[in-house]
Design a protein around this ligand. Structure first.
Ligand code: GRF
Length: 202
C-alpha cells in the first residue's frame, strides 16, 4: 500500500500486525502469506493442535509458531488466557482465524474488539456452524460460497459480515467437490478482504 507522502516521496506504510490462529490444514494461512505485504505484517501463528499441518505451513514461510492446545491446559479460561498472552507477546493488533476450531472466549475478544476476523465456507447467515457444505447440499441451493466476518461475543459465525464470494452448486456436487470450489474462492477472498480491513484500520 502506498498511502502516505513524506518529504514529497511516496512511502509504503506497513499494515498493522496480525496473528493467525489455525487448527488444521492451513491452506488459508498459506494463501494469506503468499502475499508479501500480508506475510510481512503477520507476527506469528498459533496452532491449537500438535498435529496441525498449519504449523508446517507457517514454518515454511518463516513465521513464529506457538502451539496452544486446550488439552494441555486445565481449563477453558486457561486456554483463552494462554491465547491472549501469546497474542500480546507478539504485539498483534488483529487476530485472523483460519480454520480455528474453537470458540474464542472473552479474554481474547475483549482484548481485540472488532479486531478478530474469520472466514466461514458458506454465504452467511445461511449454514453457520459445522458441515456447511452438507447443509447447503441438503437445502438444494443453487449457489454457495464463503463469508469473511468479524467475530463478536455470543454469536458463532454471526458477527458483522465484511465480504462474501459466491460460487455455483452444480449437478452432481458432493461435499468434497463443493468444498474444493468454495475453498478456491476463500483463497482469493480472504487475503484481499484482510488487506482492505487492515488498510482502513485506525
Ligand atoms: C476453511 O474452509 C475455512 O473457511 C473454515 O475452515 C477451513 C479451513 O481450511 N473456517 P484451511 O485450514 O485454511 O485449509
Amino acid at each position: 500500500m502506498t498511502d502516505r507522502v513524506v518529504g514529497g516521496a511516496a512511502v509504503d506504510r506497513a499494515l498493522p500486525p496480525f496473528a493467525i490462529l489455525a487448527s488444521g490444514r492451513g491452506s488459508n494461512l498459506a494463501a494469506i502469506c503468499s502475499h508479501d505485504d500480508l506475510r510481512a505484517a503477520c507476527v506469528g501463528v498459533i496452532v491449537s493442535s500438535h498435529a496441525a499441518a498449519a504449523a508446517r505451513r507457517a514454518a515454511d514461510v518463516g513465521l513464529p509458531v506457538a502451539t496452544v492446545t486446550r488439552a494441555d491446559l486445565p481449563s477453558r479460561s486457561d486456554f483463552d488466557a494462554a491465547l491472549a498472552a501469546q497474542l500480546g507477546s507478539w504485539g498483534a493488533s488483529w487476530v485472523v482465524l483460519a480454520g480455528f476450531m474453537h470458540i474464542l472466549g472473552d479474554a481474547v475478544l475483549d482484548a481485540f474488539p472488532r479486531r478478530v476476523v474469520n472466514i466461514h465456507p458458506s454465504l452467511l447467515p445461511a449454514f453457520p456452524g459445522l458441515h456447511p457444505h452438507r447443509q447447503a447440499l441438503a437445502a438444494g441451493v443453487s449457489e454457495s460460497g464463503c463469508t469473511v466476518h468479524l467475530v463478536v461475543p455470543g454469536a458463532v459465525d454471526g458477527g458483522p459480515i465484511v465480504a462474501q464470494s459466491a460460487v455455483p452448486v452444480v449437478a452432481g456436487d458432493d461435499e468434497e467437490s463443493l468444498a474444493a470450489r468454495v475453498l478456491a474462492a476463500e483463497h482469493d477472498l480472504y487475503p484481499r478482504t484482510l488487506r482492505a480491513l487492515l488498510t482502513t484500520d485506525g
